[in-house]
Design a binder for this molecule. Structure first.
Ligand code: GAP
Length: 460
């Protein structure tokens, strides 16, 4: 990654171009929560769609699910979240600031205490920390109108449990047999002690999780299969392979349910960090839910007359974190011949919020009408945006920053010969294309495999 990509630049671009805003800004903001604007919604939706395509359209052994966020409280007892889903926290005895005890060193936490008077100018005394205590990360709420009689409920901290508790339903109605998977995308909530780094760690986020149920003796092969699949998915959508690594967890890092986990890590501006986890969950979850619910969550193979509890391989990704990785990896700054800096998001065309901008050179002489005609012609084939405000140079810059791969310019010649100029975002090449050929021109380019172009800001 070029040194020029900093989290501050990504945050600024996201705000400037309407991708992501700090939430509740008119009230002064609320820590670490974000609202997605038009282009942010389009980008994240494209990321989720690319994930769904890989799960549902490019193979036949996975079905979809959308389970409720509020679930029976026993779900979280069975899953181990009520007892064990906690992080160690420490508080400053003077200012009350809370830190994650296990992140103090790794994140180089600033322990300067704002409440302690400083004797020497420029020198801050440090926070005095309490002993570490466990802090459960689940958000607790109540279901029912009267507080005293209402029952406790939790906002789900992962989408995975919604899948396990529906195992029997899916087995019955989707007519699947192991190996098969259930995929789900949705919001999860964690009362993180130290959220931060923009949308990398927030308290409300979206997950893209898939539980793949397999016969116990196939579990190792499927673990390898999913590690490779998930690593390659990021590469396919434009992340540079040298910015990705697969890191196998050490035994003392494994979650209570896991007998093997590997993280796909990405080289974020904050350093190598988890993008997605691929875990071998064994039969932990189905066994626990069988015990707690009394429902047998097994598979009976009619041909071998064998009954068993499937084992599970789980690729668990974050939609927001993946979106951030795609933003960071595509960010580039290029110095143009006139000395200006061109900021450009070199996003994969299938992830880019807008595929083609349609720009009339001037706002008269029938050019806007022809541009609108092209927009109608391309509707349903590629996502376009009609943009007529400001100089064409400014409009190009704007679409470079949004990551629009192609700009179609309508000029005075277009009216007589029905051709337009198509400008390519990465190479800046311009070609003349007949209006009638545009749908085929785009279909052909979108069908081609895409490799991320060399960043101008990367050393040669
Ligand atoms: N079901 C397993 C599970 O939830 P996880 O590693 O805790 O595993 C999976 O979460 C993914 O969800 C992470 O790799 C990350 O991409 C995303 N994620 C987890 N906590 C997050 C948070 N606080 N903010 C944003 N994304 C988060």
């Amino acid at each position: 990654m070029p040194d020029s990509v900093t989290m501050d630049k990504i945050v600024a671009l996201c705000k400037r171009r309407g991708f992501i805003f700090p939430s509740s800004e008119i009230y002064g903001g609320v820590g670490s929560t974000y609202d997605f604007g038009h282009y942010g919604v389009l980008l994240k939706t494209n990321v989720k769609n690319a994930w769904w395509r890989a799960m549902l359209e490019e193979r036949d052994d996975i079905v979809a699910l959308d389970s409720a966020i509020l679930q029976h409280p026993r779900v979280w007892e069975a899953s181990g979240h009520l007892a064990g889903f906690s992080d160690p926290m420490v508080d400053c005895k003077t200012c009350g600031h809370r830190f994650r005890a296990d992140h103090l060193e790794e994140e180089k936490a600033d322990l300067t205490c704002p409440r302690k008077p400083s004797k020497l100018a420029g020198q801050g005394p440090e926070c005095e920390l309490t002993e570490a205590r466990d802090f459960n990360l689940m958000f607790k709420t109540q279901v029912g109108a009267v507080e005293s009689t209402a029952s406790v409920a939790y906002l789900r901290p992962e989408t995975a449990q919604g899948i396990f508790i529906n195992f029997k339903n899916v087995l019955q109605f989707a007519r699947k047999k192991p190996p098969f998977g259930i995929a789900q995308v949705g919001k999860s909530f964690r009362n993180e002690i130290t959220p931060g780094n923009f949308i990398f760690r927030t308290r409300e986020f979206e997950q893209m999780e898939m539980e793949f149920f397999v016969p116990p003796d196939e579990v190792n092969d499927w673990y390898e299969h999913w590690k490779t699949e998930r690593f390659n998915w990021y590469v396919r959508y434009g992340i540079r392979p040298d910015h990705l690594m697969m890191r196998e967890h050490a035994a003392d890092e494994l979650s209570h349910y896991s007998s093997g986990t590997a993280d796909v890590e990405y080289l974020f501006p904050i350093g190598w960090s988890e993008l997605e986890g691929v875990a071998n969950r064994g039969n932990f979850d189905l066994t626990q839910h069988t015990e707690f619910s009394g429902e047998k969550l097994e598979y009976f193979d009619g041909s071998t007359k064998e009954r068993y509890t499937p084992h599970v391989i789980e690729p668990a990704a974050g939609a927001d974190r993946a979106t951030l990785a795609f933003l960071v990896d595509s960010y580039d700054e290029e110095t143009l011949e006139n000395g200006e800096t061109r900021v450009v998001l070199r996003l994969h065309p299938q992830l880019a919020p807008i595929t083609a901008a349609i720009l009339p050179l001037v706002r008269k002489d029938g050019q806007p009408e022809l541009a609108q005609e092209i927009r109608e012609q391309l509707r349903g084939i590629v996502r376009t945006e009609y943009d007529e405000g400001g100089s064409v140079g400014k409009r190009y810059r704007r679409h470079d920053e949004i990551g629009t791969p192609w700009c179609i310019t309508v000029d005075h010649e277009s009216l007589s010969d029905r051709t337009v100029t198509v400008r390519e975002r990465d190479s800046l090449e311009q070609s003349r294309v007949a209006i009638e050929e545009l749908p085929g021109w785009f279909a052909q380019r979108l069908a081609q495999p895409w490799t991320s172009p060399k960043l101008a800001s990367e050393p040669t």
